[in-house]
Each structure stands twice: as structure tokens, then as C-alpha cells.
Design a protein around this ligand. Structure first.
Ligand code: ASP
Length: 441
């Protein structure tokens, strides 16, 4: 059985939702995971923040605006009167719940419950459409089987056992529809897998049922060899290994949630990235196979801060790096890149929430230089160790763009470079020109 996940833009209008129904209706049993209609989760975040600030009438206004959008959506999606009536009732109830939530004392639970409504709406409307089209289908709530533990990590055993039970109840149904993103937590409360988490849901579901394939449908035909938002003439990559895909997903290529690679990799389930707007396009297939060598793609991650920790005490000392890392760990800040010299170490972080406390602690034994507005450029491929020249190609391409940090050799799949964000556009263009336009890779 396959698992197919459709993102927000793929269900972003009634037309697009109908198109998804066409794509999935091929007489094969499958699980279909949906995101919220594009823009909805952002609106819900806004509603939740208004509610948190006790701006009740603004929150109510925002809820009513969203409700209006869905009234139009339903009219365009459904033809038959019974389905329309059912959809209107459903929307009415969900928006009443939202109004009540926005009006009640605000807690973290309120926020999670508000955010969950986007996927609940999209899956219910989609299921009503499938029913209207006489397509054999059922909606199984993700809240019946998806669960995260105390550490916010998925509870693999629980998910597997409970999903198995849910699926057993509908042995002959062709399409099982469920929500991405939403989950229960260890206390049985509604929670979520973080923004963009529907990909992760699909991967967890795929791993739980040992799916034949996990398909992630978005509005682009797979991973491209450079960022199409900044560079012209980028090309889709046909095949990637799990490790290459994880690097690209983490370092900026917005098409796949980075967490979603691991569950698929652990169960060795191929992940196929497809484009709803161009279903015939091949897309990108991610598997265990490490095919082809050389540079395959470039991605960039903004919002990076570098921290240079300089200390004479590092000279010939052991345990210094442990001390540095422990400080970052203590303040729950993860490090992306690291480079060292004999008396200093530089790291990058993308979360500066606790930076002041980290600095204070590190300053006890070192001097610190912090630089914001940095970008990590990540060059991904299969860099066979015996083959030289990959790094040279990258440096030559970048010409005189100042490089703040270089990380090479950590894996066979990645060269990371830290540059100033103001040089990003130029760096991506130069890399495209020199790595992909003049060679056959
Ligand atoms: N709807 C959620 C979001 O916008 C989850 C997802 O689409 O993956 O972040």
C-alpha cells in the first residue's frame, strides 16, 4: 500500500482538491494524508496570537473572515445538496469551536487546538467530495493513532499498533483519508508535529505500515539542483539517496520537511516527490541507493548566526569542546556547522532565543564574536573520497565571495559554507553557472 501526502497548495482551492481526487482514484488501496488548505494554518496562527493577547474582537473578526472563505470553498467544491448541507454544518461547528477557544482563557493547549482545525477542515471537505463522487473512501482521524511522547518525538510503537487497528476496521475501502500535522501527545491532548509537519506525518504513517512507497505531492517537480526562487534554469534531480535528501531538506530546500527522511530511511521505504500541477513529471525518487557521483545540488539556509569562541585555554587542552557544547545543550540550542583552529572554535546556530545566556556563560573563559545575518550554502552530492576536485570546483565558482566558515569531510555528501546573507543571491548564481551549466553533472 502507498501513502500519498498532498500539501497546502495541492488542496489550496476547490479545483485543486478535485485534481487530487483524480490523481488518487486508480483502484489501488492507499492512505491519503492532507495538509490544511494553503494560508489556513497561517490564519490560525494569527487568530491564536490575537486570542493570546486578549484582542477578542480582532480574533473574532479574523475567524469570521476565514469562515467566509470556506463558505465559498464549499459552494465551489460540492454539487449535491446533502453534501453541501453536511459541509456547512461541519464548518459551522468548527468555527463555533474556534470562537469559543478564542474567547476562553488562553493556554498553550488553546493554541494547539486552534492550529489543529486547518487539517480537520481540509480532510473533512475532501472526504465529502470523494463521497459525492462515489469513490470508496473513509476519513480516519490522525488523533486516533498519531502520538508524540514527552520528548515530542513520535511514539513509533503506539502509532503502528493503533494505525493497524484503525485500518483493520475498513479492509475493503480504497482510500483512507487522514490529517497530516496533528497528533495527540502523551497526555492525550491535541498537539502538532510543528509547522510543515504533514510530510513527517506521511513518513511516520508509511513507516508504520511498511508502505510500498511514500509520495509527497507539492507544487514543484521534486528537488531542484538550485533554489528556483533565486536562480533561473534550475533542473529537477531524478534520484537522491536518503542522506543527500536529508542534507538538502535541512539546508533550505523547502520542498520536504527534514524530519520526514528518517522514518522512511529506517524502514527503507522509497520517497517520491511529485508535482500536483504536473503529475506526469517524473519528480525526485529518494532511496537507499547512492547513485552517481559529483555535485548534485545547492541549497541555502538563511537566518544563521555565527558564534566565534576564542580562548587561549583551548591550546593543548582537552575537554574544551565538551564545555562549549554543554553550554549550547544546557540552553537547548542546536549547532549546525562547526569549524575549529587551535585556539578558537566557530559554530553556527539558527535559534538565538537563548544566545545572551550562552554568551554570558562562554565569556567566563573565552572571548566571543557574534555575527548575525549569515547564510549557510550547502553543496550536496556523492563525493567519492578518492575523487578530488569537488571542493576546488566550489571555491573556484564562488570567486571572491568572502567565506566565513567551511565545513568539508563531515560526510561524503555535503560541503557547507558560511557566507554573509547579502552575498547569497550572487553565490547561488555563480554556483549554478559554474557547477551545473558548464558540466554534465
Ligand atoms: N498545515 C501545517 C503548516 O502549514 C502543516 C503542513 O502543511 O505540513 O505548517
Amino acid at each position: 500500500m502507498k501513502v500519498l501526502k498532498f500539501g497546502g497548495t495541492s488542496v489550496g482551492s476547490p479545483e485543486r482538491m478535485k485534481n487530487v481526487a483524480k490523481i488518487i482514484d486508480d483502484n489501488n488501496r492507499k492512505i491519503v494524508v492532507l495538509s490544511a488548505v494553503s494560508g489556513t494554518t497561517n490564519s490560525l496562527v494569527e487568530i491564536s496570537s490575537l486570542a493570546e493577547k486578549q484582542l477578542k474582537s480582532e480574533a473574532k473578526k479574523a475567524i469570521e473572515e476565514l469562515e467566509k472563505k470556506y463558505a465559498i470553498f464549499i459552494n465551489d467544491l460540492l454539487n449535491n445538496e446533502t453534501a453541501q448541507k453536511e459541509a456547512k454544518e461541519l464548518i459551522f461547528n468548527i468555527f463555533e469551536t474556534l470562537k469559543t477557544l478564542a474567547d476562553s482563557p488562553f493556554t498553550v493547549r488553546t493554541e494547539k487546538r486552534i492550529l489543529a482545525q486547518g487539517e480537520i477542515i481540509s480532510t473533512n471537505l475532501f472526504q465529502l467530495y470523494l463521497k459525492e463522487q462515489n469513490i470508496s473512501s473513509v476519513l480516519v482521524s490522525a488523533l486516533n493513532f498519531m502520538r508524540i511522547g514527552k520528548d515530542d518525538e513520535p511514539d513509533y510503537f503506539y502509532i503502528k499498533e493503533n494505525l493497524k487497528r484503525e485500518l483493520k476496521a475498513f479492509p475493503d475501502t480504497q482510500i483512507i483519508v487522514t490529517q497530516g500535522f496533528i497528533t495527540k501527545n502523551v497526555y492525550g491532548e491535541i498537539d502538532n508535529l510543528q509547522r510543515g509537519g504533514s510530510d513527517f506525518s506521511a513518513s511516520l504513517i508509511g513507516a508504520a505500515i511498511k508502505a510500498e512507497e511514500i509520495q509527497i505531492w507539492t507544487d514543484i517537480d521534486g528537488f531542484h539542483n538550485n533554489d528556483p526562487r533565486y536562480v533561473k534554469n534550475t533542473k529537477p534531480i531524478r534520484e537522491l539517496s536518503f542522506d543527500e535528501a536529508a542534507e538538502l531538506a535541512y539546508f533550505g530546500a523547502k520542498i520536504l520537511h527534514p524530519a520526514s527522511v528518517l522514518p522512511a530511511k529506517l524502514q527503507n521505504i522509497p520517497v517520491l516527490l511529485k508535482n500536483t500541477l504536473q503529475p506526469e513529471a517524473v519528480g525526485t525518487l529518494i532511496t537507499r541507493e547512492e547513485k552517481g557521483d559529483g555535485i548534485k545540488a545547492v541549497a541555502a539556509k538563511d537566518g544563521i548566526t555565527s558564534v566565534k569562541i576564542n580562548s587561549a585555554r583551548m591550546l593543548l587542552a582537552y575537554g574544551f569542546l565538551r564545555k562549549v557544547f554543554e553550554t549550547f545543550e544546557k540552553y537547548e540550542t542546536s549547532i549546525d556547522m562547526i569549524t575549529t583552529s587551535e585556539i578558537s572554535v566557530s559554530v553556527t546556530i539558527d535559534n538565538i532565543k537563548n544566545l545572551a545566556k550562552i554568551e554570558e556563560e562562554l565569556q567566563k573563559y573565552s572571548s566571543i564574536i557574534v555575527e548575525h545575518e549569515q547564510t549557510i550554502i550547502c553543496v550536496v552530492g556523492n563525493f567519492i573520497a578518492e575523487k578530488t576536485g569537488v571542493a576546488l570546483k566550489v571555491f573556484e565558482a564562488l570567486g571572491n565571495i568572502p567565506l566565513r566558515m567551511i565545513s568539508y569531510g563531515g560526510s561524503m555528501h555535503n560541503i557547507s559554507l558560511l557566507i554573509n546573507t547579502k552575498d547569497k543571491q550572487k553565490a547561488l548564481e555563480l554556483l549554478s553557472k559554474h557547477l551545473f551549466e558548464t558540466s554534465n553533472e
